[in-house]
Design a protein around this ligand. Structure first.
Ligand code: ZN
Length: 324
């Protein structure tokens, strides 16, 4: 009888412990199934204050997220608790609660964070003195990284913004110095445009860009040859909402949402207010839909591809050789 009373007291104590630890334990499931399982096994008893518990608690196995989004998480949790309870009873001094309903809310939150694909949003023609910082604020608040294809002449005017882009983890690419069409200037002209811009950016960030987006996307074999010689890959885009012409945030946003898929590269310009608005709205929707927004370099890396000098890319599905 005394034992029963002791158990009741313990139930109360450990109920409180489990409520406190539930979010932390399940938040770890983000990593991967094996790591989540290991953390779950390791941390649950510690969090519950049962550090000396033998390895019987290794029974629960959290399934891979890909294998059905934890459809049976509740059973697993109850199994775990049951095992823990059995073991605890054997130790004659601890009892744990047998219901895990209070973590259901945490699980729902986890479910929303499952990544359905990766998209790279890119911004050309900046930095802009007032609009780019607004965009950077919004991206920072959302923990989102993008790619900026900068104009050398604007880099020289607004170095602080370039430094901030770099510090906040965005990828910086080269969009020429003064925005000429590369198919209308000489070979030496192309070299100068790329070189000057790379030096301007490098002077600020310490790193020269390795991605090039020629103005207007204009390119020919000479442009690709120069890019190869200068160790630059040419990154175009697969989704073009024509933001510079529409100047309508809602329509630009809708175009992005309707066309962007896993592996897409989206073209925008951070020199128009409507484009910034559209970008922020699109980012929120894409995140809500489960997309993760990444830089172009990351986009290819995630898909086991490396951007090669002198090659041209539109998206992970559309890589164009130097002979187009
Ligand atoms: Zn441009």
């Amino acid at each position: 009888m005394a034992n029963r009373i002791l158990m009741a007291v313990c139930i109360l104590i450990f109920s409180i412990s489990f409520v406190g630890c539930a979010s932390r334990v399940f938040a770890l499931a983000r990593v991967d199934a094996a790591a989540a399982n290991a953390s779950f096994i390791h941390e649950m008893p510690i969090e519950a204050g049962i550090e000396g518990l033998p390895p019987i608690v290794q029974t629960p196995v959290i399934p891979s997220r890909n294998a059905g989004l934890f459809p049976n998480w509740h059973e697993i949790f109850v199994d775990f608790i049951t095992n823990l309870e059995t073991e605890a009873a054997a130790m004659n001094n601890v009892v744990v609660p047998d219901n895990g309903d209070y973590i259901e809310e945490e699980y729902t939150e986890e479910e929303e964070q499952i990544v359905v694909g990766h998209i790279a949003i890119t911004f050309d023609d900046g930095p802009h003195p007032t609009l780019t910082p607004v965009l950077l604020d919004a991206l920072y608040a959302r923990d989102v990284r993008v790619t900026f294809f900068l104009l050398g002449m604007e880099v020289d005017r607004y170095p602080d913004i370039v430094a901030r882009m770099y510090e906040e983890g965005h990828l910086i690419g080269n969009h020429s110095f003064g925005h000429p069409s590369f198919t209308r200037i000489s070979r030496q002209g192309i070299i100068d445009e790329i070189y000057r811009t790379n030096r301007s950016i490098e002077a600020i960030t310490g790193t020269a860009p390795t991605t090039l987006r020629p103005p207007y996307g204009a390119r020919n074999n000479m442009v690709l040859d120069v890019a190869r010689e200068m160790d630059m890959s040419v990154v175009l885009w697969s989704v073009d909402p024509r933001d510079w012409s529409l100047r309508d945030a809602q329509r630009v946003r809708d175009h992005i949402i309707d066309h962007a898929i896993d592996g897409s590269v989206v073209l925008l310009h951070d020199i128009h207010e409507s484009s910034i608005e559209a970008a922020i709205m699109a980012v929120d929707i894409l995140i809500e839909q489960g997309f993760k927004l990444v830089t172009v370099e990351e986009l290819f890396e995630i898909n086991a591809m490396t951007l090669q000098a002198g090659e041209m890319y539109r998206s992970i599905y559309h890589t164009i050789g130097g002979t187009e």
